[in-house]
Design a protein around this ligand. Structure first.
Ligand code: SF4
Length: 223
């Protein structure tokens, strides 16, 4: 849990709740302890208490992960946060279009951030065998057609080149905001990924240049 953040929810001061478990296995994941469940979880009572006390001090709550859409009680939980008066943002890997559709119907999310991690035909290579780019694209299209506030974002890992990024930008509908994030080597990674995580990251100016290039396809691409 991050108790206060100025950068995770555009325009809002928010806390961030990290939910355990994920159905992807991105080799560069920074929350590997959440995927394998090796980190102690904070009790729901502690979080409930914290959120009640911060009403009026924080604007919003970001539900991140791991992958929050795998939690069976996600929707009632988001409702309970809204009832406290908070704005809610959901970070998702996009693997559960049906859950996102239900959240939209319930009107319980103020902002969505969906990762688009690789060109469709490289998704399994980068995010593990269970990752389905079709589901991710469906989630993004649902959000795009709904008029909801959302962004898609891509971590520009060294394994993606300009051609990959252009293909990705073309695969996506025109987005209200498309954020390219820099890659940082994770502290924890699988032994077989030692070479992949050690590759030299792109510089800030290289990523800026990619964003400028992508604006031909995604006018709202940014860093
Ligand atoms: S989707 Fe996110 S939490 Fe899941 S493995 Fe990938 S980077 Fe980690």
């Amino acid at each position: 849990m991050a108790k206060s953040s100025f950068v995770d929810f555009p325009g809002q001061i928010a806390c961030v709740l990290f939910v355990p478990g994920c159905n992807f296995d991105c080799f560069y994941c920074h929350n590997r302890q959440l995927i394998d469940g090796s980190e102690d979880t904070i009790s729901p009572e502690y979080i409930a208490n914290f959120l009640k006390k911060r009403v009026g001090k924080l604007d919003g709550v970001v539900i991140s992960g791991g992958e929050p859409s795998l939690q069976p009680d996600l929707i009632p939980y988001m409702k309970s946060i809204k009832e406290l008066g908070y704005k809610v943002k959901l970070d998702t890997n996009g693997s559960s279009p049906e859950i996102v559709e239900r959240i939209l119907k319930e009107g319980i999310c103020d902002y969505f951030a969906v990762d688009y991690k690789a060109p469709a035909d490289r998704y399994k290579e980068i995010c593990g065998g269970a990752a389905d780019s079709g589901d991710v694209l469906k989630t993004i299209c649902i959000l795009s057609n709904s008029g909801a506030e959302f962004e898609a974002r891509t971590t520009v890992i060294p394994q993606l080149d300009a051609d990959d990024l252009i293909r990705m930008a073309k695969e996506l509908p025109v987005l209200p905001r498309y954020v390219l994030n820099p890659y940082r080597k994770p502290e924890r990674f699988l032994p077989q990924d030692e070479d992949r995580v050690a590759k030299v990251p792109y510089t800030k100016s290289e990523i800026k240049f990619f964003a400028e290039t992508l604006r031909a396809y995604q006018p709202n691409a940014t860093t």
